[in-house]
Structures are given as C-alpha cells and as structure tokens.
Design a protein around this ligand. Structure first.
Ligand code: TRP
Length: 456
C-alpha cells in the first residue's frame, strides 16, 4: 500500500505540528477541567486517579496510536475508513459498525457538551462583572443554582455555543482553530498554574494533594473503576473516531507514536493541574468533593473572588475554558459531517448546519435534566447522567475495544508496521504497542465491564 497511498478529499493538516495542535485541542476540554475533578471527587479521590492514570498509560496511548493509524491509512470518515480497510485486509465489511457507533456517540456527547460549555460562557460574564468578588461559598453556590435552574438562560448559552461550533465545522476544521489552539492552550496552562498558586495560599493545599494522590482502594467501587476507564477514553477523545478522522488529515511523515505521547501527556497534565487547583479550595471552604457537575463552578469562583485581579483572571479563565471546549466540540461532530459530505453529496455548510440543529435539539433534554426534569430519573440517573454514562462509559470503551481488535487481530502486522513506521531503534515501541493493543486493552475493557455488572 505504501506506493498507492490514499489522499483525503477533505484536505490535510498543513504540518505535523498542526496535527498535534488539533489533537491536543480535541483532547483538552471540559473533560479535563470540568469532568475530571467532579468524577474524582465523587469517586473517592486518590484510588480513582491511579486507576485513571493506569488506563491512560496502558489503554489510552495504544488506542490513540491505533486510531490515528487507522485514520491515516483510511483517509476518510471513520465509517468509510473502516470499510476500505476491512476490504483491504480481506475482512468483513461489518467493521464499519465501529464508525457508525462512534459517529452516534460523538453526536450524543456534543448535545450535552454544548450545554455545559454554555455554563462556561455564562461564567465569562459573571466573572468579568465582579459578581464573585468577596462572595461567600453560599453566595457562589447561589449564583450556580440560579443559572442551572433557569432553562431559558441555559438555552440561550447552549444555542450560542452550538452556533460557534457549527461555524468552525462549516468552514472546515483545518482553518482558524489551529492558530487559536497554538496560543490559547499555553495560556490556559499558565492560568491553571496561577490558580494552583492561589490554592497553595488557602492553607488546605496539602489536604487537596492528599485527596488526589493518596490512594485508598476501599473508597473506589466497581462502578468507579468503569468510570475511570470511560474517562480515559473521554479525555483523550478516543473510541468514537474523532482522533481517527484527525489522523486522516495527518501528513504521511509525522510520527504517530511521538504525537500520541505528546497529546496524552499534555492532556493529563491539564487534568491534574485542574484537580490541584480545585480540591484545596474544596477543603479550605468546607465544600463537598462529591458535589457533582457543578463542582468547578462552585469552587474556582471563590478563588477569583479572593485573589487580586480576580475579575480579570476569572474572565480570562472562563474564556480559555470556552476555547478549550470549542476546539473539542468540533471534533465530536467532524466524523458525522465528513460522512454526510462523502456519502450524501452534501456540502460542508449544509451538513454542519443540519447536524448542529439536531444536536442542539437533543441538548434541550440535558438542559431540562438540571431543572424542570431534575426529578425524572431512570436507574437513579437524570437524562444527562444517563447520556453521559451510556456514551463515556459504554460506547467509548466498546468502540476502543473493537478498534484494538481490528488494529491487531484483523489488520496484518505488515500494514500496522508500515503505517506506524516504528523501525530501527523504535522497533521495541512497536512491540510494546502491539502487545498492549492486542492483549491488554481487550482484556482490560472486558474485565472492567464484567466487573461493573457484577459477573466477576
Ligand atoms: N476530549 C474532550 C474533553 O476532554 C471531549 C471530546 C472531544 C471527546 N472529542 C471527543 C470525547 C471524542 C470523546 C470522544 O473535553
């Protein structure tokens, strides 16, 4: 295949740097700053963090390499890439189902992702106008409750964020955001460091650090292990074809292993910094670590209310959070849009607008699950909780499982070796990847699933 490589009809990244930026933009998002702290808080802290880190290292990085590899070799939307590759490897065309389930998962995640990103948008203005200055923990909690209990306001912010996402997707993900990510990601990193600095001044810094990094395995449940696994997929944007389609725009000379490492490390650092900024505040103000999806909105504003220049830093932080969410949300819908363009002869603009309208509509159910329908529960979960559970904890790990099986059991070693190009001194990296992807990932995912449903 090396001599007749495919070319993507949607274009290519301008350089290997562009791929790293785009993939980091996709990975770093609400998952790191909003979700990681609240699920860590709700699942007991240290032990959860350890399980999450292990999942990133032995499952996340290999799956990321596998996804980029399949994408770059297929050079189409995940559905059509899987179709072409299964034909090429002499296997069943049913493998395209991986692309289908991924496309649906991305669409479902976007529907609620946009609602939460809308909260971050709303907080830009709350921070800038000095609403947090000198506020007590109760005051800050009141501001949060007032926002989420008002469906109309949530709808307005959700609409704005969805429009922002669709504008970028319609123009093609390669223009524009690449530049933004280059400057905004480092800026986000710096402001997180400032927040960690504030956390050190609260007097409860070590309580936060202990909570995050001292594992107590009696505090993590079977469900908690599944949530940690699911989050490893969610935070690295794996298991649904987002990284696969970004890989399909990657230049042929870029190293898949090196770029995957770089993205995973940047992503993990951001999450850990967010945790180190948030938990000291939780303990300093006697808040509840298991406060749920509102955790960052109840803690960080306290820091902005106390520190010098708080309104400015607060505004900056939430702007950067919106950008991080923005560069993630576009990757959630790109597989669907690319597929509509390839198979339904649609232009990008129509495809983006249509997908956006449907995701926006579904998002309304998430909005209601924080107010009008907060009492409507199935299996003890609201609509938002269920959607999050189904996508992050079931669909993404299953998608990852099948990607791993395809990449190492179906695809020939010649093909994966050719695409990963790990030769010479890098040969051992190939074997580690092969071993982890062929045996460890499938076994781990299956064991965690069986464990969670109580079979083991
Ligand atoms: N990784 C992003 C975050 O942490 C969210 C995201 C973007 C995602 N694309 C994805 C999650 C694909 C799962 C699959 O916020």
């Amino acid at each position: 295949m090396t001599d007749k490589r495919r070319v993507s009809m949607h274009g290519q990244w301008s350089s290997r740097w562009a791929f790293i930026l785009a993939a980091t933009g996709s990975a770093v998002g609400l998952g790191n700053i909003w979700k990681f702290p609240y699920i860590t808080g709700a699942n007991g802290g240290g032990a959860f963090v350890i399980v999450y880190l292990i999942c990133i290292a032995i499952i996340g990085i290999p799956i990321m390499m596998a996804e980029v590899m399949l994408g770059r070799r297929g050079r189409q939307s995940p559905i059509n890439s899987m179709l072409s590759l299964s034909k090429e490897e002499g296997s069943h065309k049913g493998w395209q189902i991986v692309g289908w389930s991924g496309m649906i998962a991305g669409f479902l995640i976007l529907s609620y992702y946009s609602v939460i990103a809308g909260w971050a948008l709303a907080y830009v203005f709350r921070a800038a106008t000095g609403m947090f200055t000198g506020a007590t923990a109760e005051g800050i909690e009141g501001i949060y409750n007032e926002l989420v209990s008002d469906p109309e306001r949530l709808l307005a912010w959700h609409t704005l964020f969805m429009v922002m996402t669709m504008v970028v997707v319609a123009r093609g993900v390669r223009s524009g955001l690449e530049q933004a990510v280059r400057f905004l990601m480092p800026a986000l990193f710096v402001i997180l460091l400032i927040l960690v600095g504030y956390a050190m001044s609260t007097g409860s810094f070590m309580d936060g650090i202990r909570f995050l990094f001292t594992p107590d395995f009696s505090k993590i449940s079977k469900a908690g292990i599944l949530i940690a696994l699911g989050h490893a997929f969610f935070t690295l944007s794996l298991g649904m074809g987002a990284i696969m389609i970004y890989g399909s725009y990657m230049t042929d000379d870029a190293s898949i292993a090196k770029t995957s490492f770089a993205v995973a490390i940047a992503d993990t650092l951001v999450a850990l910094l967010a945790g180190m900024a948030i938990f000291p505040i939780v303990f300093a103000y006697g808040l509840e670590p298991g406060a749920g999806p509102g955790l960052i909105f109840k803690t960080l504003p306290l820091a902005f209310g106390q520190m010098p220049g708080g309104p400015f830093f607060g505004m900056l932080f939430f702007i950067l959070l919106v950008f991080a969410a923005w560069s993630s949300s576009i990757s959630l819908i790109e597989p669907l849009v690319a597929w509509l363009v390839e198979n339904h002869n649609m232009n990008r603009v129509t495809a983006s607008v249509m997908s956006g309208i449907f995701a926006w509509l579904l998002g309304i159910a998430t909005i209601f699950s924080f107010n009008l329908m907060s009492g409507v529960k199935l299996f003890g979960k609201t609509f938002f909780d269920l959607l999050d559970f189904l996508t992050a904890n079931i669909m993404l790990p299953l998608g990852g499982l099948f990607i791993a099986i395809f990449a190492t059991w179906v695809m020939s070693r010649e093909s994966s070796r050719d695409e990963l190009a790990l030769v010479g001194k890098a040969e051992p990296v190939y074997f580690i990847w092969y071993f982890l992807t062929r045996f460890i990932t499938p076994i781990a995912v299956i064991v965690v699933f069986l464990n969670a449903i109580g079979v083991l």
